[in-house]
Write a new protein. Structure first.
Length: 665
């Protein structure tokens, strides 16, 4: 109550100066004297003020009312600006003195007391609701306290939900004229409409660039500001002119119209800020300008999807579509000339870092925008956006560039493979990994190339996959060919026939048989045999089995990556461009090229298994055979051969992997 008394004393001060300046017709604003404190005026001054107020009120009370409203006084309309200011001052008592962003607990009781001033100040229920919402809104703008909007929105809804006035009350409301400006123009509106218009003007100024004004810390206020703008902007939506929609509006067309405008203007404002990044020369040295723009627009699309679209779609279901289409069109204008320049120089342009970054970023942006459209429309997408969504045609531009890149990798993989196998000494990598080190290096190079291929993030065709598989095939085939060329025919290990049977077969049975001559091995064959020790042959067997294992894993990995990449890259084309998708049978047919590698590995393994037995018996154990027909029988017993054979078998057991041991024995 003390606060109310002080407020009423402030009212007296207002009244005194208002009458004085009205009588003297001075142009000084009353607000310039709002700082005068009632306590600073002496008792004589207070008496003079109160006497002036009494006389002024008496004169006004004797004048006839204008509109015939119940309890109407002449000064309702004659001094309504002053009355409104007084009532605003009274309403401000609902805010805490120490924390003006908080509403006191006794707010409802205070408002009940203030309702007693309505007959005196000419306030109606609708005026009160509008003024209270304006006060709450103004306090929010000043303090930034989001909770004030939660109070302002219901008050504005109450103001707009009140029934229309009768003839007298409507005439009274229309007489309360206020001048308000927006976008450089002045409008004469009644009090309530002026409040609506001014609230809408501020909300619109924020929502026309909501990407700038509603950062992560202010997202909580975005939906409330949007609600308030739509409540107050129904009478202002026509100021923007006509809008071209993706499809006809349904429901509240005024709200849809406003949301459409907010989205469109905010996206354009955000796009202009992105273009300003191109002026930063330090950033341009790191990335191509178009790459920067595409990445920034993708970030905008991500933020839209998470932060803004859920609130916007409640009022305008096509908000997400508008965001996607507009971002796609804005970037497409810049990308088009770049793609045309690449197409005109297709023979000289390669998939360098700059070209790849632009194409990959553009493709990533288009896919993300398409995902947003897919979330909204689903299977019905083609019916709605075919005439609006025009793909960037990145596939046509990058297809020859990808093919050239893959083909260039063939030589690199093959060169690394030949270098690795030529340096190979066929020693086990470790006691746990018993394959050769060279095959680890070969598959590392292959896997890096495969990862680079799928990390291109570009639309790919089956011809690119085929080229990749051919390069892998040539690399592994060269490795196996080198292993096969190191082998020696096992027949050269066989000893010469014993003297009793050392004769050549003759076609003529009546001719005397000729004695067979001993075969002398060439030096290079002997050198090869020395390099084909049992330990090295075991490592080769392990390596061949490792090739088959890794090839199976590599094939599965490539298939999975291809399915993932192709389904993502081809998402837009079948819907918009009606391009046929590649069948899984055709893809499986491409991978049959690896069957030749598997057959070669199995064939070389079988040859090595046969060769190991012949080498151990006829080469490593040759001394035993040389004694079979010499000395006596005791010197040629198997007991003399078993210790050496056990030694060889122990060596094989230590080197060969378990899964191959049985086959080798």
């Amino acid at each position: 109550m003390v606060l109310l008394i002080l407020l009423l004393m402030d009212i007296c001060v207002y009244a005194f100066f208002y009458r004085r300046f009205k009588m003297q017709r001075q142009a000084l604003p009353i607000n310039s004297y709002m700082m005068i404190e009632w306590v600073s005026i002496g008792s004589d001054g207070r008496s003079e003020i109160l006497t002036s107020i009494q006389g002024f009120a008496s004169q006004l009370s004797l004048m006839p009312p204008k509109f015939g409203v119940v309890n109407e006084s002449y000064y309702w309309g004659a001094s309504y600006h002053f009355n409104i200011k007084l009532y605003e001052k009274l309403l401000s008592s609902v805010f805490d003195v120490l924390e003006d962003c908080q509403i006191v607990e006794e707010a409802e009781e205070i408002i009940k007391v203030l309702k007693m001033t309505w007959p005196t100040l000419g306030v109606t229920q609708k005026m009160h609701d509008a003024l209270y919402s304006w006060l709450l809104f103004h306090q929010f703008v000043r303090t930034g306290e989001p909770s004030l909007l939660n109070y302002a929105v219901p008050e504005m809804q109450k103001a707009l939900s009140n029934k229309e006035y009768n003839g007298c009350e409507e005439a009274y409301m229309k007489s309360l004229i206020c001048l308000t400006g927006f976008y450089g123009s002045k409008r004469a509106l009644n009090l309530v409409d002026a409040i609506l218009f001014n609230i809408f003007a501020w909300c619109a100024s924020q929502l026309e660039d909501y990407h700038l004004h509603f950062g992560q810390e202010k997202l909580a206020t975005f939906e409330s500001v949007l609600k308030l703008a739509l409540l107050c902007g129904k009478y202002s939506a026509n100021i923007y002119g006509g809008i071209k929609y993706v499809k006809p509006l349904t429901g509240d067309e005024a709200a849809s119209n406003l949301v459409h405008i907010f989205v469109e203007t905010s996206i354009k404002a955000a796009y202009r800020r992105v273009l300003h990044l191109l002026d930063d020369t330090s950033e341009r040295k790191v990335q191509h300008p178009l790459t920067m723009v595409a990445n920034e627009l993708k970030s905008i699309a991500e933020k839209e999807l998470v932060s803004f679209i859920p609130a916007l779609q409640k009022q305008y279901p096509e908000a997400g579509v508008l965001v996607s289409l507009q971002l796609h069109q804005l970037f497409g204008k810049q990308l088009k000339s770049y793609l045309e320049s690449i197409s005109s120089l297709s023979e000289d342009v390669h998939l360098s870092d700059g070209v790849h970054s632009v194409l990959a970023a553009s493709n990533s942006l288009e896919r993300r925008l398409f995902d947003i459209l897919n979330l909204i429309y689903g299977d019905d997408m083609k019916l709605h956006i075919t005439n609006y969504f025009h793909p960037y045609q990145i596939r046509d531009v990058c297809s020859p560039l990808i093919l050239h890149w893959v083909n260039s990798q063939h030589a690199n993989i093959l060169e690394w493979t030949k270098r690795a196998i030529q340096l190979e000494g066929w020693e086990p990598l470790s006691s746990q990994q018993k394959q050769a080190a060279s095959i680890i290096e070969v598959f590392r190079i292959i896997e890096e190339t495969v990862d680079q291929f799928f990390d291109l993030c570009l639309p790919m065709d089956i011809i690119h996959l085929r080229s990749l598989l051919i390069g892998i095939f040539h690399s592994l085939d060269a490795y196996l060919l080198h292993m096969d060329n190191q082998q020696v025919d096992k027949r050269v290990l066989y000893p010469q026939p014993p003297p009793l049977t050392r004769y050549k077969e003759s076609l003529n049975p009546f001719m005397k048989k000729k004695s067979a001559e001993g075969v002398v091995l060439e030096e290079n064959v002997v050198s090869q045999l020395d390099n084909l020790s049992v330990s090295k042959l075991c490592v080769k067997l392990n390596t061949l089995y490792y090739i088959r294992q890794q090839l199976d894993m590599l094939e599965d990995s490539i298939k999975q990556s291809w399915v993932s990449v192709s389904s993502a890259n081809l998402q837009v084309s079948p819907v918009i461009m009606e391009e046929p998708s590649v069948s899984s049978d055709l893809v499986d047919e491409l991978f049959t090229i690896f069957d030749d590698i598997r057959r070669s590995a199995i064939g070389i393994s079988s040859a090595i298994v046969d060769f190991i037995g012949a080498r151990v018996i006829f080469w490593d154990m040759g001394f035993f055979l040389s004694l079979l027909y010499r000395c006596n029988v005791e010197s040629a017993r198997l007991e003399n051969f078993v210790p050496q054979l056990d030694e060889v078998l122990n060596c094989i057991c230590d080197l060969i992997i378990d899964i191959l041991r049985t086959k080798l024995y």
